[in-house]
Write a protein that binds this ligand. Structure first.
Ligand code: APR
Length: 242
């Protein structure tokens, strides 16, 4: 821990790059953890691709609304709160692959969502934001998404599916924040999905110290100067304490 605290010390701008493991202790499932990971239980090609949407929109829409319900029933954990508190002492930019709102609900106010948000429903044709109303309180097999007020389109989840481009603004903000960072903290990601997985390497290639918090193995190798084998809720309150 002391080596990690040393790497993060100095008070300069901190970038925190988070993945699904960040929300695991809030009860929100990750994607690739054995047994519990969403992609261990569901087929991503049937739920998280544009082709899946064209093939069976109502099943995809129902699944994402169920995930919204899971997030709505969750609370930020000690890790989310520690990151939000750290912003009281230094500039902290959160760059997350997560589509939940737990960083914001913990009080972080600079959060960039590389993979979109469960709550940003938009028309699948013209992109108009569409309010979808309350999420169902349990898993439902199929659900017809609401129509668009401006065209014949339908509401789609505001997340980035496999094969889709990332939104440019959060990506640019992430690269700019990392380039100006004095340290990068990577929490709870398997480091397998690009381009997000390339961000720690951008920091390391610029001589910026990278610290990883993850109880398990990940794709992060040489990029991280320190690998803390711990959970977000355990490590972050100590790591980011004043
Ligand atoms: N604290 C910290 N890390 C944890 C915890 C925890 N409590 N629990 C699990 N982890 C770690 C796991 O060891 C794993 O390395 O979190 C990581 C989660 O990895 P994934 O499930 O692959 O999630 P993520 O890396 O965010 O996936 C990236 O894949 O499917 C796409 O769009 C999806 O954004 C997602 C992307």
């Amino acid at each position: 821990m002391s080596k990690a605290r040393l790497a993060l010390a100095g008070g300069g701008p901190l970038v925190v790059l988070t993945g699904a493991g960040m929300s695991a202790e809030s009860g929100v499932p990750t994607f690739r953890d054995a047994q519990t990971g969403l992609w261990e239980r569901y087929d991503p090609t049937a739920l998280a691709t544009p082709e899946a949407w064209s093939r069976d929109r109502d099943t995809v829409w129902a699944w994402y609304r169920w995930r919204e319900h899971l997030v709505g029933a969750a609370e930020p954990n000690a890790g989310h709160r520690a990151i939000a508190r750290a912003a009281g002492d230094r500039s902290v930019t959160v760059v997350t692959q997560n589509v939940d709102d737990l960083h914001e609900r913990a009080g972080s106010d600079e959060v960039h969502h590389l993979h979109g948000s469960l709550f940003a429903h938009r028309c699948d044709r013209c992109g108009t934001p569409i309010a979808a109303g309350p999420a169902p309180t349990g898993p439902v097999g199929r659900l017809a998404p609401p129509g668009c007020p401006r065209c014949e389109g339908r509401a789609r989840p505001g997340v980035v599916w496999f094969g889709e481009m990332l939104p440019q603004q959060p990506w640019d903000a992430a690269v700019s924040a990392i380039s100006a960072a004095s340290a990068v903290l990577v929490v709870g990601t398997s480091g397998l999905v690009h381009p997000a997985a390339s961000l720690p390497g951008i920091a390391a290639d610029n001589g910026i110290p990278v610290v990883e918090v993850n109880p398990g193995p990940s794709g992060l190798g040489r990029e991280a100067a320190v690998h803390l084998r711990a959970t977000a809720g355990e490590a972050l309150p100590m790591l980011l304490a004043r």
